[in-house]
Design a protein around this ligand. Structure first.
Ligand code: AMP
Length: 279
């Protein structure tokens, strides 16, 4: 496994392997089973796997956890190696963004909703860095987790709109045994918060139960979700919504594929989770 920091080194690698298919997995590091599921699928579907580790400053708001975001490069490299990654790209922030950089990639519409509504500028930061990484790595396919459902939709939109020559592959959410979606940010949780964090998965399950039982009124389901989260004293809802899974638009009645999505603060830690239900 090669580990490189410079853009020209990645380009050299891809140039040398021009004839091979490349699966690309962009991450912010502190790798876990969720990331490794992306790597595994990338390995199955491509001849080479490139993983990037970059805590991207431009996708964090001023009061968010950029400085505190968990980092453990040594462990990450071990996991990447055991996952069969061929090249790890670990750029420095000041190399990714020149001091006079003046270009941003903005997807409109889709980014006004859910996480975009509560994290101003977040998706612009994501789209800008992902575009740069796509241009640096030139992958055949890029792998993203359904855990960040809105991110996948936004990036697919961007890829289509800007004619990036690659395929976006979505990988299902990997969970702990009790249902909690695995996330690097779970590290922030103390024991009481870790238990409280189950409220995300449990309320999604409750919403699914209602839908499976025939409930189609979105208001009823959202109210039930609200109630279910609010009984947890350590939880504070950021947003919670049942929306059209194709475009994140609001709906009154469930008629096809819906996304149940929520962002909840458990103590200081903001966690997200979602579930797609087909009727
Ligand atoms: P991050 O390092 O948190 O930016 O995540 C990098 C990629 O891993 C993103 O595409 C995430 O959606 C994906 N990912 C993170 N957690 C999970 C999970 N529990 N299951 C599946 N994919 C995940």
């Amino acid at each position: 496994m090669k580990v490189v920091k410079e853009v020209f080194e990645v380009r050299e690698f891809t140039r040398q392997n021009r004839k091979k298919t490349v699966g690309f997995v962009p991450t912010m590091g502190y790798l876990h089973q969720g990331h490794l599921a992306l790597v595994e699928q990338a390995r199955e579907e491509n001849e080479l796997v490139v993983l990037s580790i970059f805590v991207n400053p431009t996708q964090f708001g001023p009061n968010e956890d950029y400085e505190d975001y968990p980092r453990d490069l040594e462990r990450d490299l071990e996991l990447a190696r055991s996952g069969g990654v061929d090249l790890v790209f670990i750029p420095e922030a000041d190399k990714m963004y020149a001091a006079n950089a003046a270009t941003k990639v903005e997807v409109t519409g889709l980014t006004d909703k859910l996480c975009g509504a509560s994290r101003a500028g977040h998706f612009s930061g994501v789209c800008t860095v992902v575009s740069k990484l796509f241009n640096i790595v030139s992958p055949t396919r890029a792998y993203f987790g359904q855990k960040d459902y809105q991110q996948v939709l936004v990036i697919k939109r961007m890829v289509e709109d800007l004619n990036f020559d690659l395929e976006i592959v979505t990988v299902p959410i990997i969970r702990e045994e009790d249902g909690l979606a695995i996330s690097s940010r779970n590290k922030y949780l103390n024991q009481a918060e870790r238990e409280a964090a189950l409220v995300l998965f449990n309320s999604l399950q409750r919403a699914k139960e209602l839908i499976d039982g025939g409930e189609r009124d979105v208001k009823v389901i959202e109210e039930e979700l609200n109630k279910k989260v609010e009984v947890e004293p350590l939880a504070e809802i950021d947003y919670l919504a049942v929306v059209d899974a194709n475009n994140l638009e609001k709906i009154d009645q469930i008629t096809s594929r819906v996304l149940i999505a929520l962002a909840v603060y458990i103590g200081e830690t903001r966690l997200i989770d979602n579930l797609v239900v087909e009727v």
